[in-house]
Design a protein around this ligand. Structure first.
Ligand SMILES: CC(C)(COP(=O)(O)OP(=O)(O)OC[C@H]1O[C@@H](n2cnc3c(N)ncnc32)[C@H](O)[C@@H]1OP(=O)(O)O)[C@@H](O)C(=O)NCCC(=O)NCCS
Length: 179
């Protein structure tokens, strides 16, 4: 298995069309996984997922990685950098650990660290931005641990599980990364 960037528990590598599987589809149809994401709003199908991944692979303004468990090579989630601005040297980060047994083991933090270091050191990005729902406590904890700070909030902007909730934008400059 090609390991593009290796961490302690995981490695990340380019996502491939063959990664579109029943498992990956299950992640996107599971409310616990999608509650903090736009992705869960509509049911996902294999066909949609195939065209989504194909589009990301072909999009020069997106780098999408599969997150794999080092000991088993199992595909457990995805992480992507997109919306690159090559003038201002910024981009956006999105992460999803789809296999819930892998939550709470430091893997979200590790995957974000690997992708962000790649953005800063290899792609010459200066600042990484992300959007997160205020109710996504786990994700906010990960981002704050890495050094992200809230740069603005859209108040009661998202309809989620019966309520309008806030959406935060968080940013991290290269020199602020804590890992
Ligand atoms: C959010 C997500 C990436 C976190 O990944 P993870 O591997 O579980 O996170 P980590 O194990 O690295 O946790 C880092 C810290 O956050 C805490 N944490 C993680 N999830 C938590 C939760 N749901 N509630 C409270 N704390 C949580 C951990 O305890 C840990 O704290 P510590 O360093 O003090 O021990 C993962 O749950 C996920 O992919 N969820 C579904 C998709 C999603 O919401 N993505 C983010 C969209 S913005």
């Amino acid at each position: 298995m090609i390991r593009f960037i290796e961490g302690k528990q995981i490695y990340i590598r380019a996502i491939e069309l063959t990664d579109v599987s029943e498992n990956y589809l299950r992640w996107l149809n599971e409310p616990d996984v999608t509650t903090g994401l736009l992705s869960g709003t509509f049911p996902s199908t294999i066909t949609e997922l195939q065209s989504y991944v194909e589009q990301k692979i072909n999009d020069r303004n997106t780098v999408m990685f599969a997150i794999c468990d080092k000991s088993t090579n199992r595909h457990i989630g995805n992480i992507k950098l997109d919306n690159f601005d090559w003038i201002s040297h910024t981009c956006e980060l999105g992460v999803l650990i789809g296999e819930k047994d892998f939550w709470g083991k430091g893997i979200g933090t590790e995957a974000c660290t690997l992708a962000i270091q790649y953005a800063f050191n290899i792609l010459n990005i200066r600042k990484v931005l992300l959007a997160v729902y205020a109710t996504n406590i786990g994700a906010i904890k990960v981002y704050e641990k890495l050094g992200f700070v809230n740069e603005g909030t859209l108040r009661k902007h998202i309809w989620s599980n019966g309520n309008y909730i806030d959406k935060h934008f968080m940013g991290l400059f290269k020199e602020e990364l804590k890992q």
